[in-house]
Ligand binder design. Structure first.
Ligand code: SF4
Length: 228
């Protein structure tokens, strides 16, 4: 049975002050924090995020190394027979659904957006299988828009750090938007990417390493297993 973790009562003013303390420390610890999927165009990042569902970024990067040489435009992804695409992405798991999703997305990009990945949240959300998290990944990393990316690490760390009580990614995203500076220190996107890096390296799901954590002095969950 999943462990029931207590949630920290969040005071928005205190949470905002805490972000001011921890954000510069995280920037210093992770100066190269960025999305770990490899891509060179918005379309590649969009395809990589579809492939990353239920799969590790490392595996996706291995697969896309050849894939992005074979498929360059939305037309390329669409004109290939579905079975061939399924074969090409098989090792990322759930390949049938992913292949269909890629082709539906590329069809919409061609028909509605002239072959280009759209640049607004509203338009991105009209694409098949694109939710706020994926849309924010694209907006933040490709188009330089401030974007809070609520992946599993961001959700876990925000709760431990007393920045939000929510587990629902959309509610948590809106909580963070109120307390994280939109542009200062690199803004929302950098904050999200730093939390992902910190979650992978130190504040791991089962056993956070509070002893080596650079933000422990400001963390209400430091050395508190009941809050993990
Ligand atoms: S002090 Fe511990 S719980 Fe808090 S952010 Fe650091 S590793 Fe995570």
């Amino acid at each position: 049975m999943a462990k029931k973790t207590q949630s920290i009562k969040v005071d928005p003013a205190e949470a905002k002050a805490r972000v001011e303390k921890i954000f510069p420390l995280l920037c210093k610890a992770y100066p190269d924090a960025k999305v770990s999927l490899n891509y060179s165009t918005p379309l590649e990042l969009l395809i990589a995020t579809i492939l990353a569902a239920q799969c590790t970024d490392v595996r996706v990067n291995t697969v896309t190394q050849d894939l992005f040489k074979k498929y360059r435009s939305a037309e390329d992804w669409l004109k290939v027979p579905l079975e061939e695409l399924e074969k090409d992405i098989r090792s990322t798991g759930f390949y049938r659904n992913k292949a269909k999703s890629i082709q539906k997305t590329c069809k919409a990009i061609l028909e509605k957006f002239n072959g280009q990945v759209p640049r607004t949240m509203e338009e991105l959300l009209t694409l098949n299988g694109v939710g706020r998290k994926t849309a924010n990944v694209i907006l933040g990393n490709c188009f330089g828009e401030p974007a809070i990316i609520c992946d599993t690490h961001v959700i876990r760390l925000s709760r431990r750090l007393g920045l939000s009580e929510h587990t629902d990614p959309v509610k948590l995203e809106f909580d963070l938007m109120k307390i994280v500076p939109k542009k200062k220190y690199g803004g929302w996107t950098t904050f999200s990417n730093c939390l992902v890096f910190h979650g992978r390296a130190v504040c791991k799901a089962r056993k956070p390493d509070c002893a080596t954590c650079v933000i422990a002095a400001y963390c209400p969950a430091a050395n508190r297993p009941d809050l993990w």
